[in-house]
Design a protein. Structure first.
Lengths: 103, 151
């Protein structure tokens, strides 16, 4: 069900700049459908980034993160050619992992 | 009679198992700090994250527009020059629940994060940063022309 993410990782001066675009509805649980029923919340809860088997970044999202969340972070210790892997889990335990090579 | 009792026992066992598996998935999701995301104000969230008070700090910078036309997509970035940054949280004061997102930093992570959040209305945006065991906060007001919640 989950669509792929777009992940880009670029190394510059020893720092890897990672940009991630996740595809997710991020329903807040506040909106109502045309029949007046509340649409249940459906959102990403945790995002984890690993590089060479080490966690380099971890994020927790609430409902207030925009639809199709964008995330940008930087970490040290990655080199060109290494793989950065991003995993998200949502509140229905759906998950998705995508990878990108550092360029 | 005895058969019925067996049946009842079996049912209890199944229900017990379901509860147990339910509990397991709940334990996995416990990583996600529910109390913090339920917090309604800066103080609530700070307490749920385990801090008591936050000092105002000019070492924390919020990169957000002064005026956001669309409250559904407000770019917010946080950077800090504080050493040993462990945690960064983005809060929107007037949203139904204040905490939008929080990020956990490792020793290798640069103290920088950028994302996009929803804002219900014009409000203060707070950036909470935990560095070397202490909490720091910076606040910036973002004016919203069109709200991004409800609908």
């Amino acid at each position: 069900m989950a669509d792929p993410m777009r992940v880009r990782a670029q190394e510059n001066g020893g720092v890897v700049d990672v940009k991630v675009l996740m595809k997710h509805d991020m329903e807040t649980g506040q909106r109502k459908d045309p029949a007046g029923k509340v649409i249940p919340a459906h959102h990403i809860t945790t995002v984890t980034a690993t590089c060479k088997g080490k966690v380099v970044f971890e994020g927790q999202f609430g409902t207030a993160v925009s639809k199709d969340p964008f995330l940008n972070f930087k970490f040290k210790g990655g080199a060109k050619g290494d793989t950065v892997s991003i995993t998200w889990v949502d509140n229905r335990n759906d998950k998705r992992t995508d990878e990108a090579k550092i360029s | 009679m005895n058969l019925k009792r067996r049946e009842a026992l079996r049912l209890t066992a199944i229900i017990g198992l379901m509860a147990a598996t339910g509990l397991i998935s709940e334990a996995q999701a416990a990583d996600w700090n529910k109390a913090a995301f339920d917090g309604k104000s800066l103080d609530d969230v700070l307490k749920a994250l385990g801090g008591s008070s936050a000092d105002k700090s000019s070492a924390v910078t919020i990169n957000a527009p002064d005026i956001a036309e669309n409250g559904a997509v407000v770019p917010v970035g946080v950077t800090t020059t504080l050493p040993k940054t462990q945690q960064i949280a983005i809060l929107v004061e007037k949203n139904p629940s204040a905490l939008a997102a929080q990020f956990l930093m490792t020793a290798d992570t640069e103290p920088f994060v950028a994302s996009r959040v929803k804002m219900a209305q014009t409000s203060n945006v707070h950036a909470l940063v935990k560095a070397d065991g202490k909490w720091y906060v910076t606040t910036k007001e973002v004016k919203v022309t069109l709200g991004g919640c409800g609908g």
